[in-house]
Design a protein around this ligand. Structure first.
Ligand code: NDP
Length: 433
């Protein structure tokens, strides 16, 4: 805390991981302590912070701050998204980059951990303004990234439009047509099923977790927060698997639709028209719209937080337990506070942490990298079936890791240990760096 003041989200993420690793470190005292492994693990390889000037539609110069934290490349090139949101600061990017190390390791694919972004808010900006920002952002960032170095992707506020603008500028500056960004459009190197991957992957892992605990996702009532990329495709896959998802939200309010959220209406509102959830009632007169937060007050079997960090609090966890919720799986990164996580676990709720449950996005990004290297495109079915296999494997790896260290059923501990082991061994094998 003294070394990295004012970074509470980073401290929170590190605390959770280090507490989970206690058993592993105790069992490998000599190997890890002497090598300063944990000290090296929590310090990023490098942090890049830069000015992003751009001209708005009134001809005024605006200045934002850009970040890229390259955390760890022991097992592959840095990989992780770019977040565009006014709340972005170094501590948030560091927490996300740190989590990404373990998540990427859990996928079983050769990718290291990194994250970046800016305090730029794409909401309410014209296409020209977004283009101006993205062009300026990548004009600085391009120096530090590359297909074998660091491969950024989307995150909150960064979708296909932003990735396309950034890719265009990267290509213009470098003259190189390479897989330097993932989440690209399908006509220029993007992968089928990448858009759906995080939400679909979340449901594949949740389905497997329920199955291994003697339950079936079919027929379950599901609550989802958020209404962005992760939330939309989580809802779609939940419906395909026979569950009914009855909520979604944005930063202003939330929707309850007792008949099940209409995914096509949601896509039209959020992806096509870029409007707010207040519009949803026009498509579904039976639904309710409420200002503020409240998704977790709705009775459910399975809760899927898919918006942002620290959005599921202790008081929400208490309501979920009282309402008979049996499982929580994180589509967002660190949406559940530490005390809420503990409360859910103590009360027998299956809890799948984001670094495992939302790893389908980055896994499919890694599959996009493979297709770019091969100069081939796989079919939707091919990518989707690989994604499903990866998510099922992730669940079994973390379940096994938890069992090996006497923490059966604690999937937080399992995910941290399973993600850590591969990275730690690679770091030890590569000497001191
Ligand atoms: P989007 O920008 O597509 O959507 C984010 C959603 O969350 C929007 O509905 C947004 O509402 C809401 N939201 C954002 N900030 C807040 C806030 N402070 N309070 C309440 N609601 C908020 O992002 P994604 O769906 O891509 O990302 C969602 C989460 O999933 C993030 O934690 C991200 O890091 C994580 N994730 C994403 C992956 C991906 O592939 N996209 C992969 C792995 C993790 P509004 O429209 O009002 O802003």
């Amino acid at each position: 805390v003294k070394k990295n003041p004012a970074e509470p989200e980073f401290h929170q993420a590190v605390k959770e991981v280090l507490e989970s690793l206690r058993a592993v470190v105790d069992a490998n005292e000599e190997k890890f302590r002497k090598e300063g492994l944990l000290e090296r693990l929590v310090e990023p390889d490098r942090q890049i912070k830069f000015r992003v000037p751009w001209v708005d539609d009134n001809g005024n110069v605006q200045v934002n701050t850009g970040y890229r934290v390259q955390f760890n490349n022991a097992i592959g090139p840095y990989k992780g998204g770019l977040r565009l949101h006014p709340s972005v600061n170094l501590g948030i990017i560091k927490f996300l980059g740190f989590e990404q190390i373990f998540k990427n390791s859990l996928t079983g694919l050769p990718i290291g951990g990194g994250k970046g972004g800016s305090d730029f808010d794409p909401k309410g900006k014209s296409d020209r303004e977004v283009l101006a920002f993205c062009t300026s952002f990548i004009t600085e960032l391009y120096k530090y990234i590359g297909a074998d170095v660091d491969v950024p992707a989307g995150d909150i506020g960064t979708g296909a439009r932003e990735i396309g603008y950034m890719y265009g500028q990267y290509k213009k500056i470098t003259g190189s047509y390479e897989g330097v960004l993932t989440g690209k459009g399908l006509t220029f190197g993007g992968s089928l099923a990448r858009t759906e991957a995080t939400g679909y992957g979340l449901l594949y892992l949740t389905e497997e977790m329920l199955k291994c605990n003697g339950k079936d996702i079919k027929g379950k009532i599901v609550t989802v927060s958020g209404s962005g990329n992760v939330a939309i495709y989580a809802i779609q896959k939940a419906h395909q698997l026979g569950a009914k998802c009855v909520t979604c939200s944005d930063s202003n309010g939330w929707v309850y639709d007792p008949d099940g959220i209409d995914v096509e209406a949601l896509k039209e509102i959020k992806e096509v028209k870029r409007e707010r959830l207040t519009e949803y009632k026009k498509y579904r007169p039976n639904s309710e719209y409420h200002e503020g937060r409240g998704v977790w007050t709705v009775k459910c079997d399975v809760a899927l937080p898919c918006a942002t960090q620290n959005e599921l609090l202790l008081e929400d966890a208490k309501v979920l337990v009282a309402n008979g919720c049996i499982a929580v799986a994180e589509g967002a990164n660190m949406p559940t506070t530490l005390d809420a996580t503990e409360y859910l676990q103590k009360n027998g709720v299956m809890f799948a942490p984001g670094k495992a449950a939302n790893a389908g996005g980055v896994a499919t990004s890694a599959l996009e990298m493979t297709q770019n290297s091969e100069r081939l495109s796989w079919t939707f079915e091919e990518v989707d079936s690989k994604l499903k296999q990866i998510m099922v494997n992730i669940f079994h790896n973390l379940d096994d890791a938890a069992k090996r260290y006497n923490a059966e059923g604690n999937y937080v501990v399992g995910a941290n240990i399973a993600g850590f082991e591969k990275v730690a061994n690679a770091m030890l094998a590569q000497g001191i760096w």
